[in-house]
Design a protein around this ligand. Sequence first.
Ligand code: ADP
Length: 641
Amino acid sequence: MAHQKETHEFKTEVKQFMHLIINSLYSNKEIFLRELISNASDAIDRLNFKAQTDSALLGEDTDFKIKIIPDKENKTLTISDNGIGMTYEEVVENIGTIARSGTAAFMQAMENAGNKDILAPELIGQFGVGFYSAFIVADNITLVTRAAGENTATRWESSGDGSYTIEPAEKERRGTDVILTLRPVEKDEQDFTEEWTIRQIVKKHSDFVTYPIVMDVERDEFETDKDGKPVLDKDGKPVKKGKKVEEETLNSMKAIWAKDKKDVTDEEYKDFYTHISHDWNPPLSRLHLKLEGITEYSALLYIPAQAPFDLFMPERKHGVQLYCRRVFIMDDCKELIPEYLRFVKGVVDAPDLNLNISREILQQDALVRNIKKNLVKKILDHLEQMPAEEYEKFYNEFGAVIKEGIHSDWGNRDKLAKLARYKTTKSDGKWVSLEVYVKNMKPDQEDIYYITGDSLGAILNSPHLETLKEKDFEVLLMTDPVDEFVIQSLPEFEKKKFKSAEKGDLGLDEVDESRKKSFSSLFDAIKNHLEDKVKDVKPSSHLKDSVSCLSGETYDMSAYMEKLLKASGQPLPESKRILEINIAHPVMEKIQKIFETNKEDASLEDYSALLYDLAVVGEGGKIENPARFNKLIGQLMAKAL
Ligand code: ADP
């Protein structure tokens, strides 16, 4: 299809995005080079991968490389690759719109950051900001590209001002040249045509790129004698002959995951982490594995020191890249690492992998499945063996994610349960493992008690805990939404059952059956008054100081679960709860007296409503009619004082 020169408008989101990055990358301009090199390296990866099955694609041009060409005179910088290139249609598709999740996440983070125009430099490092970041250093970008296997090329040009042109062009080799016309260098700013500057940036951000990043450098040439030895002048200095230009490789390309542990320095490990994660903080911990035998692989995995901003966003990426004999296969490899270990970053190299493998069939591949199983085991063992202090740091960041595994990975449920930590009614804000909890159980305590809720403060003071506190039984405080699922998937730990502190009968105290009976007709009357609110009124086994509380039956949803589901917009059947009343509380005797004197006494309806409202207030809920509550309490105080 023949194309004419055409002018297109950028999609609005591109304009928005460009505005954002130009503002927030201002103090961090050099990142543009990392982005263009990474695009070039991706393009070579893709061609390399395709060429495994179609070697004709490469033709004579088999030396993959990325070349950086600074031109001081014309103030341009060109990044040239012999990767897969793009067709006309692909240029329109890829370089006129923003379709990528990384970019979308960037925009989202900008929005969340509050300050709409600037993002903190530490955050920027986490994003692949892509091609457009070059506009921060260039006032014009020209891209000339020829797709592998095609004869015609395409030229795209824009000054980043809202539109771009696109037209057919000539290009000798396949691949892509990105030519930046650099903005004038201001005082104290980096000059991106300077050899030293380019070297520094490549070393810093792109050292591990698997292809040579080359640049022509000019060097002095010296006179030599017939034996090849330098000729010296009368001061003993070598005699200059002239200048020569040599192509030099700027990056080390070291695939350190393939090396032996003893041959890698801490510094190299750390640099590699920065390179693959774009996280500028050092990682919390690392795991370098080499497995031989039937399931052969090497892996270099890291646990970040801080949770990324998108840990709980559905569109987040996984951090593990898959290689086969140092040939990049894919990043974001969900098939190798389960969701609940999505915070792990790194590289897995599986030499026996079938190179033709596609994402779709990766999951069914027996080798991949074995690697995954093995990796999970290694990672969990690693976490288990972490020193306590380090593990605590880890747990503060990723504890909620690890617990997802208890619900989703049945094979490792027990291992994961051991990794779980909870704050408790006795731990004074510190994490406690289930093992320690069980060890500290009272001799007369049979079950593991827990309570769920959305804040420590609210559940720590819950009236449901009064009896348990008096007995000096420890209660796990569960405040992560995922805990509800954990409990459903984990009925017991070390043969001890989990028991909700707020649902069902605790069955702990000797019950005085006759006293209970004496209240039964009053409770029937209260139930009548509260018919549309509660499904039953019962004497409580939870309460010591409070008069009333609300609870569910053992298999009912907890109040927190109900709140969570409501918040997520799920339709819920209207579920009524049970009003539990403390029959040992003096106020109940008084109400009982009124009831015995006159079963129709009008105040009974008010007291019923109050008992209910007090229970709601006690669990931090909202009462339906605060004005009436206020009035009733006022009247009672007036009477009592
Ligand atoms: P990203 O690289 O993160 O996807 P970019 O905005 O940098 O986002 O690039 C958008 C798309 O343009 C890439 O996904 C790729 O398809 C294409 N592209 C960019 N640079 C090149 C290149 N040097 N060679 C081939 N394709 C490229």
